[in-house]
Design a protein around this ligand. Structure first.
Ligand SMILES: Cc1cc2nc3c(=O)[nH]c(=O)nc-3n(C[C@H](O)[C@H](O)[C@H](O)COP(=O)(O)OP(=O)(O)OC[C@H]3O[C@@H](n4cnc5c(N)ncnc54)[C@H](O)[C@@H]3O)c2cc1C
Length: 385
């Protein structure tokens, strides 16, 4: 791996940045505040081939990797209009279906996920399980040719704009009677499937939902791939999820830093711009360093993932997600501080990102669960929970 991006990646970065600039934060926040969605941007990004850049060419994707997909999300977020559903639809669901889906599932979903004409949400979190996925209670039982799925999910993003949700549930093992994980594609209009928005203090166009699955009847083909492969399937989605969450966080951090730097260059209340005071310049310089470091780890994770070394990618993806979220939170906070009172106005549009950046510390996996992972896997310390 070199440290200079090749021409193709540079061209992709610059084309996505152009698209992002045409929409920008004004579009993002207007949709968020009015209850709108980012549909026009999503569609245009899809048409340009950006949303499916990681998916196989034979299904209409770009045939590239997670590296390229993370470039797309980072650049859109850096322009102020990150597409949260990219973390879920092409990255988690697209990767799992491309690797483990049956041919019928691949034919049904991949071309549409690649073009962006279909969106698939992802539902693992449950009210009583939270970070402890061993406690998942969503269960599927087999009745003849059908699966019957029941359970609850919480904080699931973008269900109102999705055609289907990939649901992580469990099935009873016929031999042992024990429950084991299983992934199902549940159409959002399936009878027995209902969802209700959660009121969030988060100003984004994508909303979070509580899902109710009450005896949802699904055809046998709704189960992803082979019944015994669900754990591997879930793991296949984790690295893409974390790499893309890092891309979102790095992009938001870059956006905030840009806003701060351009403001403090101009704003003068003594004899020099406020950016000349080290009390303002040094924290911004630190953030620049932290964002660059997080990005480097994200690129390492994506490179390892694309080379097929999932285990090494796992460690790097967790570290990247941790570092990117921390840098992003600090970037937005310092941007608000650098703008003084203007940092809290609607006109300058920075404070509304505080909760957005903060989210990257909690979802899709919390800072504490990453520290648990690193303590156990990288340092070999005992498991504490
Ligand atoms: C905006 C947003 C969008 C989301 N979108 C999705 C989605 O699309 N699909 C989906 O499935 N989920 C989604 N989530 C859920 C998200 O993945 C969870 O919120 C997250 O995994 C944490 O789970 P929890 O909220 O239940 O916290 P809890 O598990 O209740 O944890 C509470 C606190 O305790 C800490 N904690 C828990 N266990 C330990 C431990 N063993 N050691 C140390 N600390 C611990 C946590 O880190 C956290 O700080 C979303 C969440 C948000 C906020």
């Amino acid at each position: 791996m070199g440290f200079t991006e090749n021409d193709e990646r540079r061209a992709l970065r610059s084309a996505v940045a152009d698209l992002g600039r045409r929409y920008g934060y004004a579009y993002f926040i207007e949709q968020a505040r009015s209850g709108g969605r980012l549909t026009e941007l999503w569609r245009e990004a899809g048409k340009l081939g950006f949303l499916g850049v990681n998916l196989p060419e034979r299904y209409g994707g770009g045939g590239a990797g997670l590296y390229e997909l993370s470039v797309v999300l980072e650049e859109l977020a850096a322009a102020g209009c990150g597409l949260l559903m990219m973390v879920v639809s092409p990255a988690i669901c697209g990767t799992i279906i491309a690797r483990f889906g049956t041919q019928a599932q691949q034919e049904q979903w991949l071309p549409r996920l690649a073009s962006g004409s279909a969106i698939m949400a992802f539902g693992i979190t449950e009210p009583d399980a939270g970070s402890n996925s061993h406690r998942l209670k969503t269960v599927a039982r087999r009745e003849g040719d059908e699966w019957v799925l029941s359970g609850r999910k919480i904080y699931i993003s973008g269900v109102d704009e999705a055609d289907a949700v990939m649901i992580v549930g469990r099935t009873a093992d016929a031999r042992t009677g024990r429950l084991r994980p299983a992934l199902f594609v549940v159409p959002t209009d399936a009878p027995g499937f209902t969802f209700q928005p959660i009121e969030m203090e988060l100003v984004t166009p994508e909303r979070q939902f509580l899902l109710f699955l009450d005896d949802v009847r699904l055809p046998a083909g709704a189960l992803i791939g082979e019944p015994d492969a669900a754990l591997m399937q879930l793991f296949a989605g984790l690295n893409p999820e974390r790499i893309m969450a890092s891309a979102m966080a790095v992009g938001i951090g870059r956006y905030a830093l840009d806003k701060a730097v351009s403001y403090v260059r101009e704003r003068t209340v003594w004899d020099v711009p406020v950016g000349a005071h080290q009390g303002i310049a040094h924290p911004l310089a630190q953030i620049k360093i932290e964002l660059e470091l997080a990005k480097l780890m994200m690129q390492k994770a994506a490179t390892l993932q694309d080379s097929g070394d999932g285990k090494a990618a796992g460690e790097a993806a967790n570290m990247a997600k941790y570092a990117a979220a921390e840098a992003s939170v600090r970037a937005v906070d310092q941007a608000v501080q650098s703008l003084g009172g203007n940092g809290l106005t609607k006109e300058y549009g920075v404070a509304s990102l505080l909760a957005v950046a903060r989210t990257t510390r909690i979802a899709p996996v919390s800072r504490e669960m990453i520290l648990n992972f690193v303590a156990q896997n990288s340092l070999g310390l005992p498991k504490s929970y």
